[in-house]
Design a protein around this ligand. Structure first.
Ligand code: NDP
Length: 337
């Protein structure tokens, strides 16, 4: 198996030096085990937290261990009655080309799934995150204005499209004109503002002429700064992620604005709630899967992937995603099917 292990903890953006690509021989299979051949590896922002030993909701990857991550694999060899050779599974085998599993925690995807990699995106963790965060915490009502950043990524694109299904006005925020055009033309958003524009805050205000009722928070930083004054009374802010600060090594400079934030939350009775998808909503996956399957079939939700080839390109693909050079859900193709 070719494996990417964590060689040292990154300071700021990870580099190739923080990882070691090595080839190891896997032992022969024991009874009850399966050999998994990784076809697709999901790259997700939360992985930056696992590279760090700062306290978080999940333990970090130990230095020397294989980096964690969700994968879609094919069973190459099976000594487990529940799994047969050639079948596809959703696994959590991490940044490696082959892995041995005892079958626990594998989700079976069948012999010939139509879009196996979707289990890492629109039908998997990011899609589920968008669905629960928006519907359960954001609770959007028809006619309300919903704003979401990272609007063409797997979470943001799904949030906006579900909000459209629920009859909302949707304003996306994305990096660059190509992504913004995609959000409006392909995803059906009402508007999408480029956060790199000098007059970003003014453009956002113009697009949200009735204020913002739901701000689905993916990024933090200057996008939140522009959103805060536009939030309406009783606005909801599902706090999903803060990707603009995942590589930060210190707090941003400038005056302490905590008092101002608290004042806004109080006087406008804003609800801001963080959530960790599987910890808070794991028991509701089926509800999501049923709705999403139908929306995909009916063409109500579009999905775009950013596919990169080869395990050796994983680190650069990860950094591209964190910094916005991806266009769609980042997936690394590790082996051919
Ligand atoms: P994406 O594929 O959308 O990648 C992240 C995107 O963030 C980039 O493509 C970029 O898009 C945008 N971005 C990066 N830096 C900035 C910045 N400084 N300002 C504005 N935008 C920026 O990621 P996902 O859809 O997988 O994840 C989205 C968010 O959801 C993340 O914060 C992630 O941590 C969070 N999440 C949380 C979960 C939970 O359980 N709470 C579960 C899953 C995801 P652009 O070029 O458009 O700016």
């Amino acid at each position: 198996s070719r494996q990417l292990t964590l060689a040292s903890r990154p300071h700021g953006a990870p580099t190739d030096k923080n990882f070691e690509l090595k080839t190891v021989d896997l032992p022969a299979l024991k009874d009850g085990e399966v050999l998994l051949r990784t076809i697709y590896l999901s790259l997700d922002p939360y992985m930056r937290g696992r590279m760090s030993d700062a306290k978080s909701y999940a333990d970090p990857v130990n230095v020397g261990d294989v980096m964690v991550g969700a994968t879609v694999c094919q069973v190459e060899e099976s000594k487990n009655d529940k799994f047969s050779e050639g079948e596809w599974v959703l696994a959590y085998t991490g940044w490696q080309s082959y892995a041995i599993s005892n079958g626990e925690g594998l989700m079976q995807l069948g012999k010939e799934p139509a879009n196996p990699s979707y289990a890492l995106g629109i039908m998997g963790m990011p899609g589920f995150t968008a669905y629960m965060g928006l519907l359960d915490i954001g609770a959007p009502k028809e006619g309300e204005t919903v704003v979401v950043a990272a609007a063409t990524g797997p979470v943001g694109a799904t949030v906006g499209q579900i909000a459209k299904i629920k009859g909302c006005k949707v304003v996306g925020v994305a990096g660059g004109s190509e992504k913004c055009a995609h959000a409006v033309e392909k995803l059906g958003f009402d508007a999408c503002i480029d956060h790199k524009a000098d007059d970003f805050a003014e453009q956002l205000e113009k697009a949200c002429d009735k204020g913002i009722d739901v701000y689905y928070e993916n990024v933090g930083g200057k996008v939140f700064d522009a959103v805060l004054p536009l939030l309406n009374t009783a606005a909801r802010v599902p706090l999903c992620g803060l990707v603009s600060q995942y590589n930060a090594t210190s707090l941003p400079e400038g005056p302490d604005r905590m008092g101002m934030l608290m004042g806004q939350l109080l006087t406008k009775r804003i609800k801001m709630q963080g959530f960790i998808i599987f910890d808070d909503y794991g028991h509701r996956y089926d509800e999501f899967a049923q709705d999403m399957q139908k929306w995909l079939q009916d063409g109500k939700v579009q999905y775009r992937e950013h596919m990169v080839e080869g395990i050796e390109n994983t680190v650069s693909a990860f950094n591209d995603m964190i910094s916005g050079k991806n266009f769609g859900k980042t997936v690394v193709k590790i082996n051919d099917a």
